[in-house]
Design a protein around this ligand. Sequence first.
Ligand SMILES: C[S@@+](CC[C@H](N)C(=O)[O-])C[C@H]1O[C@@H](n2cnc3c(N)ncnc32)[C@H](O)[C@@H]1O
Length: 274
Amino acid sequence: MSCIDEHSYLTLCNLLSDQIALSLPPDKVYLAEARLQNLARQHTHGDINALIEKASTVADDALRTELVEAMAINETYFFRDPILSQSFLDTMVPALLEKRRRDKTLRIWSAACSTGQEAYSVAMLLDQHFPQLKEWEVTLIASDFSQSALNKAQQGCYGLNEMNRGLPARNMALYFEQQGLDWQAKPAIRERISFQKINLVREWPDSLPVFDIVLLRNVLLYFSMEDRQRVLARVRKHTANDGYLLLGSTESLEKTAGFVPAIPGNHRPFYQPA
Ligand SMILES: C[S@@+](CC[C@H](N)C(=O)[O-])C[C@H]1O[C@@H](n2cnc3c(N)ncnc32)[C@H](O)[C@@H]1O
């Protein structure tokens, strides 16, 4: 395996920042080497520096996409941190059921959904705890820039290790069926989610609605401050004035972001428009 030289690492950092706003710290060379090995074997005889050079200079969008997707941090699991379930069940959905009782519409966006566990967790929570929503028009959009992550999300097919990360046994039996060694979400739950390719730092589809709940979890922490602010300003425009924004459990927002904690004085990652 080749090592990444300083020039190539800088090129890689610039490429990732430009394509997906990923701000790669200087000490992650080993990560890049591990992530790009396979791709380098396929395209540049194992030479990672040549791979980076090729992906960044040649008009080869497919290779560039493959490289950027290989570097993305896709870590996710079902019901990731209980705050999500708790705030959904106790506060957000009950409040929205009341506020939207005339229109009977609810719109939720999992805005960096990775391989889909977050969106399926939301779909399962709604199904189990709010049966009245069966009569509502519920839109649940799950998006990511990464087509390979989205493909997996759309299939809803997970290995046992992934199933064992956060998914209660009862939900496994209720919402999934075994397919060989894997488990696949049943069509009834998969069909509730609409998967879309959206890069948060590129054009968003004109059809993207205003949402009641936006989950923007564990993605902004990889962005520079400027990119965070830019994305949050756009997210604000797609969040209903009485809607909610959910970040990851270790994330928080600056005061200037256009959102305030949903429960005053409570710094859980749970916000409302200011
Ligand atoms: C660490 S995962 C978080 C997944 C899920 N939200 C969670 O909290 O479990 C971060 C996801 O953000 C996606 N991502 C990174 N940059 C992005 C961008 N510019 N636009 C859209 N998605 C992006 C990655 O592909 C990855 O799937």
